[in-house]
Each structure stands twice: as structure tokens, then as C-alpha cells.
Design a protein around this ligand. Structure first.
Ligand code: SF4
Length: 366
């Protein structure tokens, strides 16, 4: 029995049209979703690719345990990177506790749907050449104190919207404030970003229970082949307000041993500081308001490590692209070289060799 209703030269009226609408948001936000006959999965795929094309380095800020100050670390790293002239975005993926709006004094702000996507909210400051762009679920809620109770499928969708539907523009670095744990959200994002320049940074505190959880996050990265920039130790020491002497609430010897065993670097030790907590609560990042403070100086090595990683990753990608071009050109390239005068051929060979060496150079190497 045949069930074909259309001859091959007739157009199926139910067939999805292959062109794209070029809207910058997902179909779920679209007022035409019900009547649209375009291929929606094609649109979603293109949208994500287009967003990711505009982003240089993605850094997942992770902590397997809640309450270790991961969001504070994310906000201050963003401020520090922006202060050095980079175009920075902060994607708040912590859907059960989206706090980045508070850290950048954006509480109560809402986003509007435009053809370009969901507009990010921005944190501008005289010290910044480019304002920090922030995207968060908090901007989509009716109220900031509404609890989020979602099934996994919605969480999965939100991870797509966070990257694809927010209008990030061109960014050098996108920091993603991850929810605690190595669950569905992390796996979704790790899958989504598989072929991008993405790396992880772990925030932890020196307590034994936080350390145990951090080691799980480190193993997750190692098993997934996710480059690890290093570990930021939060609450790593206290300065006595009376005598000015520094002391540690929690011994860090075990943490140092565990990191050494896993060959992971501790890239910064941030003191437990009432000023840092107050700056976060009032939405004025310490690194912007008090760039010479002890707290700001403590973040500097972590910011250096992020820049160094991004630089090395982009050089590696450029070197691979150059090698790809040379391989693809192969015989044709060599034949074209053979037609050049000797001096021009020697100069071009030397230039290519220099470029190859430059791209393979380790950052910091003269
Ligand atoms: S439903 Fe999706 S594909 Fe169709 S117009 Fe809206 S955003 Fe574009």
C-alpha cells in the first residue's frame, strides 16, 4: 500500500522551509512560534554557532560544593579581566541561585526580547574600556526571590538559551558561573561547548569537605579532557583587624598535597575578607572600587593565569589552522613556490618558519 500523497515535483505544503529568519533568539521566545514553517532545529543550531563565533575564550568557573564563593570569584575575575581592557561577559548558569545580578548592582533589571536576542545587562565603570555584559535567569524572572524548581529538560533548554539567546556581541572572554556539582547543567554545557576554546577554573575553600568535592570536579575535567586553568583558594587566610597579623582558619597542607598529586596548580589564594563580602553584596566589585587593596592584589595571579591560558589556546589554534592550510595546499603550494625567484622563495620560507615558531612559542618565552 502506498501512502505517498505528493508527486516528486510537487512541493509538500507541510515541508519546513530551509532558510533562516536570522532572529537572535530561540524559537521558544518567538511570538510566531506556533505559525512558523521554518526549520526550527536549523535556526537553533545556527543561532548557537553564530554566538560562539563571536566569543574568544570561555571559562567555566566551577565548584562542586555550594557556599565556597564561586560567584564572588567569577565576578571579580570578570572585573579584573575587563579592567585590563578585555571585552568580558558573565553568563550566570547557577539557575538555583542566580546571583550575578547582585554582584554587578543589576538587581531588579529585566531583559527585553529584540530581533537580536535577549539583551544582556551591563556593568559600566570609569576604569573599564568595555562594560561587562551579564546574562542571567534573574533578568527573566518576575521577582528576584522566586524559587526555581525545574525539571532537567528545562534546565537543559536554559543552558542553550543562556549561550544562544542572550546577545553577547563580540567578547574576548565569557566566564560562566556554573551551578555546584557535576550534574546535568555541567554535562549539557560541556557537550554544547565541545569544540570551542573552553577551559575550567575551580573555586574551593581549604576545608576538608570542600576539598573532597573539588577533587571530584577536577577529575570530571580531567576525564572530559577539559583544560584546567587552576584552582582559586577562597577564604584562604584572615587578617586580624586588631594586630594586622595573618592567620589561617583551616590548615591548607592537605589541599596543597591533593592538588600536587593531581598536577593541578593553585593559582590564587583569596583572603576571607568582610570588605570583599560587602563589595559583593552592594554590587561594586572590589577589583574596580579598590584596585590596590589586598583582596584585589590576591586576584591578580588568577587573572594572569586566565590571560595566559587564553593566549596559549589561541596561538595553538592559529598554529593548527596554519598547518591545515599548508597541508591542504600541499603540492600546489610547493609548485607555486618553485616558480618564485630564489630570493623571494628564501624570504617566504624564512617568513613561514618564523611564523610557525612564533605560534608554537610557549607564552612568556622570549
Ligand atoms: S519560530 Fe524560530 S525559526 Fe520561526 S521565526 Fe521564530 S525564531 Fe525564527
Amino acid at each position: 500500500m502506498s501512502v505517498s500523497h505528493f508527486s516528486p515535483d510537487q512541493q509538500d505544503p507541510l515541508a519546513l522551509r530551509p532558510e533562516d529568519c536570522n532572529r537572535g533568539h530561540a524559537c521558544q521566545f518567538c511570538p510566531q512560534e506556533d505559525s512558523c514553517l521554518l526549520d526550527k532545529s536549523h535556526h537553533e543550531k545556527r543561532l548557537l554557532e553564530q554566538r560562539l563565533d563571536g566569543i574568544g575564550q570561555i571559562i567555566l568557573v566551577m565548584a562542586n560544593k555550594g557556599g565556597v564563593g564561586k560567584s564572588t570569584v567569577t565576578a571579580n575575575l570578570a572585573a579584573g579581566l575587563a579592567q585590563r581592557g578585555y571585552r568580558v561577559g558573565v553568563a550566570d548558569a547557577d539557575i538555583h541561585g542566580p546571583n550575578q545580578s547582585r554582584f554587578f548592582n543589576l538587581v531588579g533589571q529585566r531583559v527585553h526580547l529584540t530581533p537580536a536576542g535577549l539583551g544582556t545587562r551591563t556593568c559600566a565603570h570609569p576604569a573599564l574600556a568595555h562594560p561587562i555584559r551579564v546574562g542571567s535567569l534573574a533578568f527573566l524572572m518576575d521577582r528576584d526571590d522566586t524559587p526555581i524548581v525545574w525539571r532537567d529538560a528545562y534546565k537543559h533548554d536554559f543552558m542553550h538559551h543562556l549561550i544562544g539567546s542572550f546577545d553577547w556581541g563580540e567578547l574576548d572572554v565569557l566566564l560562566i558561573d556554573m551551578p555546584p556539582g557535576t550534574g546535568n547543567e555541567l554535562i549539557t554545557l560541556a557537550d554544547l561547548l565541545e569544540h570551542q576554546a573552553v577551559a575550567a577554573l575551580i573555586a574551593t575553600t581549604p576545608q576538608e569537605v570542600a576539598l573532597m568535592d573539588s577533587l571530584k570536579a577536577i577529575r570530571f575535567c580531567q576525564e572530559r579532557g577539559l583544560p584546567l586553568i587552576g584552582v582559586v583558594e577562597n577564604m584562604a587566610g584572615v587578617t586580624c583587624p586588631n594586630c594586622g597579623e595573618e592567620f589561617h582558619l583551616f590548615p591548607r597542607a592537605h589541599l596543597a598535597d591533593a592538588l600536587a598529586q593531581l598536577e593541578v596548580n593553585s593559582i590564587a589564594q583569596i583572603p576571607l575578607s568582610p570588605q570583599l563580602a560587602l563589595a559583593s553584596d552592594t554590587g561594586h566589585p572590589m577589583l574596580l572600587e579598590h584596585p590596590d587593596s589586598t583582596e584585589a592584589r590576591a586576584f591578580a595571579p588568577a587573572i594572569d593565569a586566565c590571560i595566559q591560558h587564553a593566549h596559549a589556546a589561541s596561538m595553538e589554534a592559529a598554529a593548527q589552522a596554519l598547518e591545515g592550510v599548508m597541508d591542504a595546499a600541499g603540492a600546489e603550494f610547493m609548485a607555486a613556490m618553485g616558480t618564485l625567484p630564489d630570493t623571494a622563495r628564501d624570504e617566504l620560507t624564512e617568513l613561514l618558519a618564523r611564523e610557525h615558531d612564533r605560534l608554537h612559542k610557549t607564552p612568556g618565552q622570549p
